[in-house]
Each structure stands twice: as structure tokens, then as C-alpha cells.
Design a protein around this ligand. Sequence first.
Ligand code: AHG
Ligand code: MN
Ligand code: MN
Length: 336
Amino acid sequence: MIQRKGISIQRQIVEQERQFPKASGSLTGLLMDLTYAAKVISREVTKAGLVNILGLTGSENISGDEVKKLDVYAHDKLYTAMSHGGHLCIMASEETPDLIPIPEQYPKGKYVLLFDPLDGSSNIDANVSIGTIFSIHRKKSPGTNGTLEDCLQKGTEQVAAGYIVYGSSTMLVYTTRQGVHGFTLDPSVGEFLLSHEDIKMPAKGKIYSINEGNAHFWDEGTRKYVDYLKDKDPATDRPYSLRYIGSLVADFHRTLLYGGIFLYPADYKDPKKPKGKLRLLYEAAPLALVCEQAGGLATTGRERILDLQPTELHQKVPLIMGSKEDVLTYQKFFRG
Ligand code: AHG
Ligand code: MN
Ligand code: MN
């Protein structure tokens, strides 16, 4: 077995492309542009504390450009890195209410990019892990410019999906439907190197991840399930441990590697969050593809996330995902 650990993400992406002789190389180019944007955002995120200490926020920084909130900064860097490559026909971001067209002067491609430029932004000032999430679809509509229809595709149609987690190290985890692979950024060479090949989520975990502060707003089934996890029964590893970071990417990344279950259920008593808080297109669907490719499950409680037909760009869905056995147990309790 060739020692593959440590190979660069570029080499791994090209090797995957070679398995498709008819591939144009456009998806490869798209993913390379994404890795570049990830490096730039990682550099800025790791300096975030400095931004506040040096009082750069809201003023000009040393290179003379205006310092922005990291969400907006990450959005702008992704837009700049992705808009001119000729691989995309349209984009959509959590940070912009409407579709993001590719500028007239740039060539158009056959892919669609949906992204959450900075996930977990409430955690930035506390130096807690945050992330970026991306989802890639193939253009379905006629003509060269992408449309809303191209963005509103089911999660099962995704060509690729993944995330970057900016933590004690910066990792990029993605799938092109050939398994899930994790790369760790080596800042000394500025490359993402293969560190977690073909990640498989444990079939069952011992950790549950949910914002217990919302317990009074959950449906009866979710409440009964969480109480079940707290009962004492060593034969089924109960009580489970609670781990909740409040950054979806970080909570999911731990669930992917350690197993267990992440839940952001609907808020039955909060009219602002009748479908929960997380967005389908650029949070739930991409992570659901990674989750299933690693052997896990992702559901609303009633339906498979990847089967949902989106109706609007920023629509929210309840999201329960993680180890197969844990999600199946949850579904026995869920009556929402
Ligand atoms: P974003 O920063 O992109 O708006 O996402 C924040 C989300 C997600 O990262 C996390 O799982 C969730 O907000 C936490 O919400 P609560 O604080 O309500 O638990
Ligand atoms: Mn988010
Ligand atoms: Mn965000």
C-alpha cells in the first residue's frame, strides 16, 4: 500500500479526476481555487485576535485596506477567488440575500457554488473554532448564466461538498462522492496535506451535541430522546457526554471523527425558528453529504436531508446527523 499520508490536496484531487477520463478538469480547478481561498481566510482568522488588539476593526489596516467583520471578509475572499476562474455560472452565500452572478467580463462554467463563508461567527472573539462550508452542484438550466433553479437542487444532486475548520490546525474535509478525505494545512509550506484518508464515522458514539438552553422549545420526542441519553445504562454507553461548541462545523467535525449525534431541532415555541436555525443549502445539505459518505445519517427527524427539495436560498431545516445507530435511535423517539 503506497504511503499516501502527507500527499498534497492538489495531487489527491488530480488523482480523483484521472478516474474520470472524460473529466474536463473544471471541478479540479474549482476545488483548487477553493483551497486557495481557504488558505487566505485561515491566515486572517488566525490573526483575528490581533484585529481587535491592534484596534484595526472598522479602520484601515497596515496594508491600507478597510478591515471588515470576518464573515464579510471571508465572503469577499471566496467571491474574489471563485468568480474569475471560469468554473462557475452562479454563486450564493449566507452573506448575500440574493444570487451572486459571475461578472460579465469573466468566463462562465458549468458549476454552482453555495457557501457559508464563516460558520460559528459568534465564537470568533472567544478564539473558538469556526469554519467555512461549501456545496457544489452542476448547472441544470439552459444558457451560460446560472439561475435560482440551479441553486435550488436537492442535496442528492451535489457534485462535491465539504468544509474548512479553523481550529488548533486548519483542516479541509471534502467529498466528491468517493468517500471523505481530510487535509491539514501545513503553514510552513502553505499546502493542505492528506492527514485523514477515507474517513469513516463510528457506527455509534457516546457524545450528544445540542443547545440544551432550547430544551423547553423542543418537541416531546426530542426531549424524551435527550432524557434517554442521560439515563444510566453502561450496556448502551449511557449516560452520553454533552459537547456543544456552538460552531456547526466544529461540532460536526468532532462527530465525524469521534461519532455520536448532533441535533439542532425545530423550535416549536419560537416563531422565529419554526424550522430550527440552520440553513439547508449551505449548512445542512453539504454536511449531510459528507456525513452519509462517511457512513452516517442526516435527517430532519422525519425526512432525509439530501432528499429535501429546496424552495428558497436561505430556508432553514431541523438538522439531526451523526452515527447511524444514534440517528436511528433518535428517529424511534421523534414524533415531530
Ligand atoms: P453562522 O455563524 O454561519 O450564522 O452559523 C451559526 C450556527 C452554527 O454554526 C451553530 O451550530 C449554531 O449557529 C449555534 O446556534 P445556537 O447559538 O442557537 O446554539
Ligand atoms: Mn453557519
Ligand atoms: Mn455564517
